[in-house]
Design a protein around this ligand. Sequence first.
Ligand SMILES: O=C(O)CC1=CCC(=O)O1
Length: 255
Amino acid sequence: MIPHHLISGLQDGPPVVLSHSLATNLSMWDAILAPLEQQFRVIRYDARGHGASSATGNDYSLQDLVADVTDLLDHLAIERAHFVGLSMGGMVGMGLGIDHADRLLRLVVCDARADAPPTYRNAWDTRIAAVMAGGMAAIAGATVDRWFTDGFKSDALAVARMRMMVEATPLEGYVGCARALKDLDYKRRLGAISVPVLYLVGDQDLGAPPEEMRAMQRLTPGARFLKIAGAGHISVVEQPVEAGTAISDFLSDKH
Ligand SMILES: O=C(O)CC1=CCC(=O)O1
């Protein structure tokens, strides 16, 4: 499936694909677009069943989500691209790094874990049941509460914007992707990633705790690790300057 996508930035620059989290859409990247657009050809896409991308049923696998990216690269005739993914997008990035390294230049994994322990799988079952019964509104408040720090949550407008994004997510897309995440099992295969990787995480991330991502870095050959101060799970929204600079510096191999 070719996902809905937008292209901006330098027409002839190195391509970078941006992949958002569960229950958001490609506008999640808005705050860090400007620095990336100065150096790269930026390709943002909506994940399957999110934003303007079609939902084909409500039961996807991580391989489906990874294949959507290779289909997009094929469609755009791009052999290799940088890839930046956050949470679910970061999981897709690890899948690409493990199984399709020949399509990647550099990989940034933001705020994502690499495995699904039983508590995590149970949480997805609970959320899937809640949205099936009450729609996205049933989980929107708790989701935004879990994602952000108290500092961010004192900005009512910013919180309302994120909540609207969660509520606007098509039910099928949320359920389909949540089912895919239940099978997340990349941790034991991180050693196979052969492209340069940066793991970036908000220091107050509850969904992908910094110590978990530090462990992922140790398992990935040559990978780097960076903690963003004053950020929770959606670090690029909470601290766009720090996160955006770290990402563009890493992709342009500045350090
Ligand atoms: O919703 C959460 O708290 C954590 C999460 C897992 C995948 C994703 O994109 O967000």
